[in-house]
Write a protein that binds this ligand. Structure first.
Ligand code: ASP
Length: 468
């Protein structure tokens, strides 16, 4: 039976079997010390000259070799205790050693916090980079956050539903990643920019409270700290007004911060709900950092920005576009007279952003559930009548079968984890992130396809390389 490093402290006097990686080796005259590492920490192993054969074998050990060690847990002599280490009061005197795997010398140190190492190298050898305790901890923090969210929403009677990854374009304002269809020549799936339409259709289906820890894909030009694929907490609720959605999110994140990060404090409760116009005038940005002390990494200044305009003018395309997305409900007393192109710049939306410490960490809206008004909105943003039916016919039709008023929001998990873990960018809280220009340096993707694969997919690459 294997003992984990963290459990050795309760086993003084017992014989244990440990498995893990050699973190380091120190030779002290006739003694050899090994730092044995597993996911839970580190324990010191001592090899004494009592057993010469074992000592000889231990002499071969190098950093990052994988070993199985049998030994007796002993209290360290006074003066040798290490209060810095959770297992610093004990050490394990080895009675047996088995080498499970040898290791090449790693391309960089995996014990440091890694900030001094070039990121390309870290990403290329991500499986080694993830061995460093800081990254292991980030993945564990992320797991705790996601599991807290799941529990919280389940307790509130939300249902998690997986929506398709192979889907059709949905307008979130970025380019789609597309996947060619082999069975339907010349046709393509789009990877979801968000599950927006599916979650709304789930409201038509009567789910009422939906969430998903959802992977989303947006093919954007390199823009700051973004990833081509990212994770969001996608939420949708029926019979809900703006206040219901914001209250839900506020309570969720307040509880989450209190439970998982008791050392942190929230600047202002309830979270301020500030009109977009006021915020722009006062701070010159729609994601103000409202912390009282901007240097304090334990301060969390959550806020909602509300009352956004519905449309913005896109000069390059010479057309109006939805600030959030076209499914957003417009604030209007009489839509027949007010919702028209000439009036686009005056129309306000039931839309909100969620911000934290100067970052936009999510956005959402109450949706327009009248197919007639929705069609108008699509027209205002430049869709022709026939295109609207072709592209959005399914949702317009669904809304003719008894659609409840509904709305939702989608906080971004990567950015929230980054802020809560105190990291400077989202790549530090993602297991296998891509570079700023969308490459996976470890897998070497994107990659070319063979001529045969392309042919099967009915596509021709302009820049073709025969990789056979
Ligand atoms: N689909 C939106 C987004 O991904 C969020 C929402 O409206 O619920 O930004």
């Amino acid at each position: 039976m294997r003992t984990l490093t963290k459990d050795t402290i309760n086993k003084i006097g017992e014989t244990v079997i440990l498995m893990g990686w050699v973190g380091g080796r120190r030779d002290h005259g006739k003694l050899i010390f090994i730092d044995l590492r597993d996911r839970w920490g580190m324990v010191q192993i001592v090899l004494s000259p009592k057993n010469q054969e074992l000592l000889k074998l231990a002499d071969k050990l190098r950093s990052e070799w994988v070993v199985k060690i049998e030994g007796v847990v002993k209290e360290r002599p006074e003066g040798m205790k290490n209060p810095e280490l959770a297992t610093g009061n004990i050490e394990v005197e080895a009675t047996g050693l088995e080498i499970l795997a040898e290791a090449k010398t790693p391309p960089f140190d995996v014990a440091s916090d890694g900030r001094e190492i070039g990121e390309d190298n870290r990403l290329k050898y991500r499986y080694l980079d993830l061995r460093r305790p800081r990254l292991l901890k980030n993945l564990s923090v992320r797991d705790k956050i996601i599991s807290f969210i799941r529990d919280y929403l389940h307790k509130k009677d939300f249902i998690e539903v997986e929506t398709p990854i192979l889907t059709k374009s949905t307008p979130e304002g970025a380019r789609d990643y597309v996947v060619p269809s082999r069975l339907h020549a010349g046709k393509f799936y789009a990877l979801p920019q968000s599950p927006q339409q599916y979650k709304q259709l789930l409201m038509v289906a009567g789910l009422e409270r939906y969430f998903q820890i959802a992977r989303c894909f947006r093919d954007e030009d390199t823009r700051g700290d973004r990833q081509p694929e990212f994770t969001q907490l996608d939420i949708e609720m029926s019979f809900a007004e703006e206040k219901d959605i914001l209250d839900l999110v506020e309570n969720l994140f307040t509880e989450l911060a209190r439970t998982l990060f008791p050392e942190k404090h929230i600047t202002e409760m309830p979270f301020p709900r500030l009109p977009y116009k006021e915020v722009m005038e006062k701070y010159g940005t729609d994601k103000p950092d409202l912390r009282k002390n901007k240097e304090n990494k334990d301060e969390l200044a959550f806020a909602f920005i509300v009352d956004f305009p519905m449309f913005e003018w896109k000069e390059e395309e010479k057309r109006w576009d939805a600030v959030h997305h076209p499914f957003t409900k417009i604030r209007s007393a009489d839509w027949r007279t007010e919702i028209k192109k000439e009036n686009a710049k005056n129309l306000m939306a039931h839309q909100y952003d969620f911000v934290l410490n100067g970052y936009e960490i999510g956005g959402g809206s109450i949706r327009e559930h009248s197919p007639e008004i929705l069609e108008k909105v699509f027209e205002i943003i430049g869709n022709k009548k026939e295109d609207i039916r072709r592209q959005f016919g399914h949702i317009l039709e669904a809304f003719e079968y008894g659609v409840p008023p509904h709305g939702g929001i989608a906080p971004g998990i990567d950015r929230i984890c980054m802020i809560l873990a105190g990291e400077p960018n989202i790549r530090e809280v993602i297991a296998f992130p891509k570079t700023g220009d969308g490459r996976d340096l470890m897998m070497d993707s994107p990659a070319e396809l063979t001529k045969e694969q392309l042919k099967e997919l009915h596509i021709k690459a302009e820049k073709e390389k025969n990789v056979n």
